[in-house]
Design a protein around this ligand. Structure first.
Ligand code: FE2
Length: 237
């Protein structure tokens, strides 16, 4: 097994990621060239995208896999989703919660907030009560955490795992995303690193982020964050 991408907007036409099957195929080709053998397709789960249900995402992932097989691109894709955490997330019927591999073990959330909202912890506790391990996407991109990096301790104490974005590792050196991602990576805060790929043109810098991560923490640590830990999402805790 090579690397596993844990965060990608690879499914065509479901969100602001790849727009056509051709674009998805080219992104997949580049992932394979960059050393990936597996990718989770994690479209945005937003209220204005009601079709991004577990069933629909799973079906679209099968269709993408068939297209990749036709092109002989050796990337195995799995369904998933990036749940935008909102006050009403806890009203989601449990069987409609989008999880990695739709296997009910891990879920990926994102949150855009200036400060950690009051509904954060109850929402996390509710998801954990369903047996889910919650993974927070790209904390380095959250204003609340940029301003107060110590919040990652509080979030970690809730049992929430962190996923860093490869792109942030090649952002301008003085940007807050770059400063925080390097800090969290060097402090061993992340459970895994993902590309968060959207469109084809932004994929090369995301892949360059792997090299920057290796420069900072070495090959073994990056393998753990892009292979060993992501493999746990496939269903074995
Ligand atoms: Fe994303």
């Amino acid at each position: 097994m090579n690397r596993i991408d844990v965060h990608s907007h690879l499914l065509p036409g479901l969100d602001d990621g790849c727009q056509t099957m051709e674009e998805s195929i080219e992104c997949a080709r580049l992932l394979v060239k960059s050393g990936y053998s597996h990718a989770f397709c994690t479209p945005h789960v937003w209220p204005n995208l009601p079709d991004n249900s577990p069933q629909e995402i799973a079906q679209r992932t099968v269709e993408l896999q068939m297209a990749l097989n036709m092109e002989r691109i050796e990337l195995k894709v799995f369904p998933g989703g990036e749940i935008n955490l909102r006050p009403d997330t806890i009203e989601t019927p449990p069987d409609q919660m989008v999880t990695y591999g739709m296997n009910g073990h891990y879920c990926l959330i994102d949150l855009w907030a200036q400060t950690l909202p009051d509904f954060f912890e109850p929402s996390v506790r509710w998801m954990q009560s369903l047996g889910l391990t919650v993974v927070l996407a790209h904390p380095e991109r959250m204003r609340a955490i940029q301003d107060q990096p110590e919040l990652v301790d509080e979030i970690g104490a809730m049992g929430v795992l962190l996923q860093g974005n490869l792109h942030c590792l090649v952002d301008p050196p003085d940007s807050m995303t770059r400063i925080r991602v390097e800090e969290f990576l060097c402090d061993d805060r992340y459970f895994m690193l993902g590309s968060d790929l959207h469109r084809l043109q932004s994929l090369p810098p995301r892949m360059a982020g792997i090299q920057r991560a290796i420069e900072l923490v070495g090959e073994d640590a990056v393998d753990r964050l892009t292979m060993e830990n992501p493999a746990k999402l496939l269903g074995i805790k």
